[in-house]
Design a protein around this ligand. Structure first.
Ligand SMILES: N[C@@H](CCC(=O)N[C@@H](CS)C(=O)NCC(=O)O)C(=O)O
Length: 215
C-alpha cells in the first residue's frame, strides 16, 4: 500500500501492462474478464477508494476524465473500458473477439454503444440508486434498463452471441450489468434467452467472477 498526499493505492505487480482500477467497478471488471479470457497477465494498480483517483493530478494526466479503468500499454495510457477492450482484442487475439471487417466491426460497435448508453444509464444507474450510491428516479433508470434488456432478448432469441457466431467484445461489454439486472430491481424471469446467454458467457474458458458482488 502506498500513501501519498492525494493518492492511496495498492501495487500488485510492477511489470507488464498496468490496469488502473477499482474492484467494485463494472467497467474495470470488463477488462479483468477480457484479460482472463485471453489468458494474458497484467499488473494492477487498485484504488482503494472509489473517488481517490480523481484527486490525483498524476492520474488526471493519464485520464483527463479522472475515471477508471485506464490501461498503461506500450507507453500509452488508454482510457475508457470500450477503448481498452478494442485494444486488447486486436493486440492479443486478432479476428475473433473483434474483426476488422467493416460490417462485422459495426455489428460489435452497436452493442458497445448499448453497453455505454441504456445499460449504463439504465441498469447501472438503477443498481446504484438502490444501493444509495447516487440520486435519481429509480423508475426512469429501470425503464431505460428494460429497453436494453428487450433489445438484447430479441437478438438472443435467435442467436447465441450478440454480434457474431461466437463471443466478441460486445458480449463482454454488455454482460456485467445484464447478469446483475436483479440487483437493479429487474428480475430476469421474463428473459429466458438472456439467462441462457449469461450461462454461456460464464462457461467460457478463463471466465472470472465480478467481485465484490455489492460494489
Ligand atoms: N465510460 C467509462 C465510464 C468510466 C466510469 O464511470 N468509471 C467509474 C467506475 S465504473 C469511476 O471511475 N468512478 C469514479 C468517479 O466517478 O469518481 C468506461 O466505460 O470506462
Amino acid at each position: 500500500m502506498l500513501n501519498g498526499p492525494d493518492l492511496t493505492f495498492t501495487v500488485h505487480n510492477l511489470h507488464m501492462m498496468t490496469l488502473f482500477e477499482h474492484p467494485g467497478s463494472s467497467n474495470c471488471y470488463k477488462i479483468r474478464l477480457m484479460f482472463a479470457l485471453l489468458g494474458v497477465d497484467y499488473a494492477c494498480v487498485t484504488f482503494e477508494h472509489a473517488k481517490s483517483h480523481n484527486r490525483s493530478s498524476e492520474f488526471l494526466k493519464q485520464n483527463p476524465r479522472g475515471l477508471v479503468p485506464v490501461l498503461e500499454a506500450e507507453g500509452n495510457y488508454i482510457w475508457d473500458s470500450t477503448a481498452i477492450l478494442v485494444y486488447l482484442a486486436r493486440r492479443f487475439d486478432g479476428e475473433s473477439w473483434l474483426s476488422v471487417d467493416g460490417l462485422a466491426m459495426s455489428r460489435v460497435m452497436q452493442w458497445l454503444a448499448l453497453s455505454q448508453s441504456e445499460i449504463l444509464h439504465g441498469l447501472m444507474a438503477a443498481r446504484h440508486i438502490i444501493l444509495g450510491k447516487r440520486r435519481g428516479v429509480l423508475e426512469d433508470a429501470q425503464g431505460l434498463g428494460r429497453v436494453a434488456l428487450g433489445v438484447l432478448e430479441d437478438r438472443l432469441q435467435r442467436n447465441n452471441w450478440l454480434a457474431s457466431e461466437g463471443p466478441t467484445i460486445a458480449d463482454i461489454a454488455c454482460y456485467p450489468h445484464v447478469s446483475r439486472a436483479p440487483e437493479s430491481g429487474i428480475p430476469l424471469d421474463a428473459y429466458p434467452a438472456m439467462r441462457r446467454w449469461i450461462a454461456r458467457v460464464e462457461e467460457l474458458p478463463g471466465w472470472v467472477p465480478w467481485t465484490p458482488r455489492a460494489g
